[in-house]
Design a protein around this ligand. Structure first.
Ligand code: B12
Length: 209
């Protein structure tokens, strides 16, 4: 099948078309990971570029996000296939002021697929909410996502709040504007550039690599 068509459906925010072609791609035997990494994620990048060039506006981003969600739901069972071993617990959320959650969803899917129990706090999550969730769930690991340069300070505030309460809580961070250097500078325990890195990092931080 022609993967460029799938790419185009997603860029245009055509949810039914994206779903139908993702299904077709899976049925033709393409691995879910390949569809994700080589077609869907790059397409969201194109959407971002069009937005930057003022050719797309927020409604187009929302349509693409909705189409991406549909595709992820179809890929989910395939992405999480594998040997299940109970690994640990994690609390995840997008930091205060930030509404982007596709990357976080992917991180969750991969963590769950690798045996983690995940508490999802959603988007625009205040530092206190993370503290509460850690207390309630007993999780020793927190994953923070941020997609805006303007919400990086909220990420820093959240790391600081968590570490102040209990410096042994492990915090991993990620999202497009996040780097290893930034993670080091705010005292986070690790940075993952994608959802697979998040799984390796989570294992390492909880001491079961
Ligand atoms: C879709 C989208 C939206 C949607 C989000 C819908 C949703 N449900 O998520 C909506 C329409 C809401 C939106 C709104 C806005 N957006 Co927007 N958006 C995007 C877009 C096109 C795609 C993001 C995406 O989903 N990428 C795909 C996923 C899979 O990638 P990812 O999130 O990076 O996640 C991966 C890794 O980063 C990592 N990861 C992510 N989180 C974590 C966490 C951990 C712990 C770890 C280890 C790893 C990890 O793993 C993931 C999987 O590989 C980006 C463009 C881009 N290139 O990123 C702009 C972009 C992020 N948005 C941008 C802007 C400016 C905005 C708005 C301010 C626009 C406006 N004027 O209103 C608002 C802000 C709203 C808010 N307060 O948050 C800018 C940010 C610029 C900047 N540097 O700050 C971007 C870069 C577009 C651009 N090129 O200008 N947006």
């Amino acid at each position: 099948m022609n993967l460029d068509d799938l790419k185009q459906r997603l860029i245009e925010g055509d949810a039914p078309g994206t779903a139908a072609m993702t299904k077709e791609a899976l049925e033709s035997g393409l691995p879910a990971q390949k569809i994700l990494n080589e077609v869907l994620i790059p397409s969201m990048g194109v959407v971002g570029d069009l937005f930057e060039k003022n050719e797309y506006f927020v409604p187009e981003l929302l349509l693409a996000a909705r189409a991406m969600y549909g595709a992820l739901d179809l890929l989910r069972p395939k992405l999480t296939e594998g040997d299940y071993q109970p690994t640990g617990k994690a609390v995840v959320g997008t930091v205060q002021g930030d509404l982007h959650d596709i990357g976080k969803k992917l991180v969750m899917i991969m963590l769950e697929g690798n045996g983690f129990e995940v508490v999802d706090l959603g988007t625009d999550v205040a530092p206190e909410k993370f503290l509460e969730a850690v207390k309630e769930s007993g999780s020793r690991l927190v994953g923070l996502s941020a997609l805006l340069t303007t919400t990086l300070p909220a990420m820093e505030r959240t790391v600081r709040a968590l570490k102040e309460v209990d410096s042994s809580i492990k915090v991993m961070i990620g999202g497009a504007p996040v780097t290893q250097a930034f993670a080091d500078s705010i005292g986070a325990d690790g940075y993952g550039r994608d959802a697979s890195a998040a799984v390796a990092l989570a294992r390492q931080l909880l001491g079961n690599a």
